[in-house]
Design a binder for this molecule. Structure first.
Ligand code: A3P
Length: 288
């Protein structure tokens, strides 16, 4: 497969060369957003696919047609990936666009266009576990080695997509300057229908109770796990080795407790505290 072993360096972050090229990244950094665009910004494994599905369903008022016939990467394509221009929907209405890029690359263009940004964050302890398992199946990512090795790389920000700490502080540091809605994976988990309602109101797409119920049903973990348009089973095994696990893996809050040793947890707590001490951000997850 193309560029499977290649790593692209961009804005201080390493990205898989399979989906990113110098050209696609240059295009992303010069992209002109429209006022009506809705950008989903996430660090990987934080609930990106879930939000792509939720927003698709909010815009369709709960009609599952496009969510069950068009793959998520075509409905809400990643701005920085090579195929973006080929699939970006040419619609007069809101375009859903996804990114994992750091904020400093896109903030100037977003401010100029007044596009909406929704940032989804997740407890980094669950992110690192999910990311580790994803590395085992994603052939375009490096072999993660042991969980311990991977955890150390995650904490020092040398994994692909860069430092979780920089990503979240960068994006959420722009809350006053961008039209940015911040929500966590944990909030979606705790109360999906209330989360859907809040997001829809912010988008200016208020929903009827039966539409919210339909979205809640369609966006449940069990329903999305069976939907080939979001569970990545359409991706060939040379790119994602499905014998190594499922993309829709567990969908849990607090799965890290089954993976971290007490020592790993202590190290994580220490680095989390150091990295986040300069931040006044409030989170909706339990670190212990
Ligand atoms: P796990 O590996 O912990 O199961 P992303 O889309 O950002 O790559 O994130 C993937 C993670 O979100 C995976 O976490 C996946 O199972 C979880 N996820 C996706 N859809 C979900 C849903 N409807 N409910 C709960 N978790 C979901």
């Amino acid at each position: 497969m193309d560029r499977m072993q290649v790593t692209e360096a961009f804005a201080g972050v390493a990205l898989p060369g399979h989906m990113h090229t110098a050209e696609s990244l240059r295009f992303a950094s010069g992209f002109q957003f429209r006022d009506t665009d809705v950008l989903i910004a996430t660090y990987p494994k934080s609930g990106t696919t879930w939000m792509q599905e939720i927003l698709t369903l909010i815009l369709s008022k709960g009609d599952p047609e496009s969510a069950t016939t068009i793959p998520n990467w075509a409905r809400a394509p990643w701005l920085e990936q090579t195929y973006f221009r080929d699939v970006l929907p040419e619609t007069g209405g809101p375009r859903l666009i996804t990114t994992h890029l750091p904020c400093q690359v896109l903030a100037p263009a977003l401010r100029q266009a007044k596009a909406k940004v929704i940032y989804v964050a997740r407890n980094p302890k669950d992110v690192v576990v999910s990311f580790y398992h994803f590395h085992k199946m994603a052939k375009f990512l490096p072999d993660p080695g042991s969980f311990e090795d991977f955890l150390l790389h995650f904490l020092d920000g040398t994994v692909q997509y860069g430092s979780w700490f920089q990503h979240i502080k960068g994006w959420l540091g722009q809350q006053l300057d961008l039209d940015l809605f911040y929500i966590t994976y944990e909030e979606l988990h705790k109360d999906l229908s209330r989360s859907v309602e809040r997001i829809a109101d912010w988008l200016g797409f208020p929903l009827q109770p039966e539409e919210i119920r339909a979205i809640e049903q369609h966006c449940s973990f069990s329903s999305m796990r069976e939907n080939a348009m979001v569970n990545y089973t359409l991706i060939p095994c040379e790119i994602m080795d499905h014998s190594q696990g499922r993309f829709m893996r567990k969908g849990m809050v607090g799965d890290w407790k089954d993976h971290f040793s007490p020592l790993q947890n202590m190290l994580f707590q220490k680095i989390y505290k150091e990295e986040m001490q300069d931040s006044s951000l409030r989170f909706h997850w339990a670190m212990d």
